[in-house]
Design a protein around this ligand. Structure first.
Ligand code: GDP
Ligand code: IMO
Ligand code: MG
Length: 427
């Protein structure tokens, strides 16, 4: 089974980091393929607890090469800090590789992310303000600076001079803020280049050779399907594709090579930032989930919006990703509830619909139709065999399996690597 894609199936923060850390033990290469340091992937393993933003979650497994893929945008300051922090905590980062095609987050991207959000007023998207949207916009506009540009100071100088002139015009004329100093930005990025040069490489050959040897490659998704710029709740989305298809584009692995597409679903739903979320609970139950699960963003610390599992959104996610299996995370968070709800349809203008509308205005009007299931009201964090779960928990998982129309491979019952039920082993 050479390539497994691990994909966020909801609005992000499903627990991809935990699942990748777990699977990476049997892997040779892990590639992160989308987003940048808007992502926050929590890993809890024998090294401790980590919140990774740019480095793939396979970094803790010895012998695993971790690639920051071409589809990512990299803030070099954040990456260097992440490398240093991991090293200080005894984690070896010598197997880290940065694609020479990945784009850089520049200081003007960070500034513009904040300024654009401010200018949206009450319609702010709730971005992470990490410069991600502006960096991907520049990539599409052919105004990006890539990691390979850091390797040649002359190339960097030429590229930065013309682009910074243009960006400074926008900063001063449109937003009426001070321009950035060319020398400061240039010198800073030359320093970053010197530090990161040993990691920057062409990566498609490395992947092709690994696949030819029959080695296992994991594609580590960031964000979640419902934040995809095409299929998510546009414009309340991110700016690169978290989908399985995005996994190919952002890594250089062909679609024909992917054998297993693992959708990572939380046992309920969360969302951070603005935009519609039909099952959001703005009541005590929502607060209870948030506090029990400590649902606060790994990247921004913002409280996550919490709600019941949305089967309409899950079926949509399955359709556009083609999941061949699923990981259900945080099942333990539901341990105390006497009753659980799953949204099986939406009420829209008096009619019942079972599809996920493309327009946010329509989605805002959708009211969830719930089916109620009994809770199990007993702790499950120490259970490691599916058969040992309470019958109500098994029923809940079976219901999710039916909705996702693919087998549940893994069930997570706690944040630590070993708090996992290998229901149908992938490897
Ligand atoms: P990611 O962005 O998809 O990697 O997810 P995050 O790391 O942002 O958020 C997932 C949170 O859930 C993290 O705090 C994880 O440590 C935690 N987590 C993952 N799986 C489980 C689980 O099964 N149970 C509990 N209680 N926590 C989990
Ligand atoms: P991981 O990989 C959850 C959300 C932001 C905001 C929207 C746009 O940890 O699952 P951006 O900064 O990308 O322009 O923000 O996308 N968002 C995430 N939400 N998890 C993430 O990543 C996210 N990355 C971006 O909160 O609503
Ligand atoms: Mg996260």
């Amino acid at each position: 089974m050479p390539v497994i894609a691990v994909i966020g199936a909801q609005w992000g923060d499903e627990g991809k980091g935990k699942v990748v850390d777990l699977l990476a033990e049997k892997t040779k290469i892990v590639v992160r393929f989308s987003g940048g340091d808007n992502a926050g992937h929590t890993v809890v393993n024998p090294y401790g607890e980590f919140g990774l933003h740019l480095i793939p979650s396979g970094i803790f497994s010895s012998g695993v090469t971790c690639i920051i893929g071409n589809g990512m945008v990299i803030n070099p300051a954040v990456l260097i800090d992440e490398i240093d922090q991991l090293n200080q905590r005894g984690v070896d980062t010598s197997r880290l590789v940065i694609s020479d095609r990945a784009h850089l987050v520049m200081p003007y991207h960070l500034l513009l992310d904040g300024l654009e959000e401010k200018s949206r007023g009450g319609k702010a998207l709730g971005t992470t303000k990490k410069g991600i949207g502006p960096a991907f916009a520049d990539k599409a506009a052919r105004l990006g600076i890539r990691t390979s540009d850091l390797l040649d100071k002359e190339v960097l100088l030429e590229r930065l001079r013309s682009i910074l002139d243009y960006k400074n015009t926008i900063l001063t004329k449109v937003y009426r803020v001070s321009p950035l100093s060319f020398n400061e930005v240039y010198n800073q990025y030359c320093q970053y280049g010197e530090r990161l040069a040993p990691y920057i490489r062409e990566t498609t050959i490395m992947l092709e050779e690994a696949l030819a040897r029959g080695e296992l490659v994991l594609l580590e998704g960031a964000q979640g399907t419902l934040l995809d710029p095409d299929f998510g709740t546009y414009p309340y989305t991110t700016s690169s594709s978290p989908l399985a298809g995005g996994g190919c584009l952002g890594s250089g692995v062909s679609p024909t090579r992917i054998n297993h597409i693992l959708g990572v679903f939380k046992a309920y739903c969360t969302r951070v930032g603005s935009g519609p979320m039909p099952t959001e609970l703005k009541d005590d139950t929502g607060d209870l989930i948030r506090e029990r699960a400590h649902e606060y963003g790994t990247t921004t610390g913002r409280p996550r919006r919490c709600g019941w599992f949305d089967a309409v959104a899950a079926r949509f996610s399955t359709r556009i990703n083609g999941f061949t299996g699923a990981a259900i995370t945080r099942l333990d968070i539901l341990d105390t509830f006497p009753h659980l709800k799953i949204c099986v349809g939406y009420k829209l203008d008096g009619k019942t619909i079972d599809y996920f509308p493309s327009s946010v205005a329509t989605l805002e009007k959708c009211q969830p139709i719930y089916e109620e299931l009994p809770g199990w009201q007993t702790p499950i964090t120490d259970i490691r065999q599916f058969e040992q779960l309470p019958v109500e928990a098994r029923q809940y998982v079976s219901k999710l399996e039916e909705i996702i129309s693919s087998p549940v491979n893994l069930i997570c019952v706690g944040p630590r690597r070993e708090q996992t039920i290998d229901k149908m082993p992938i490897l």
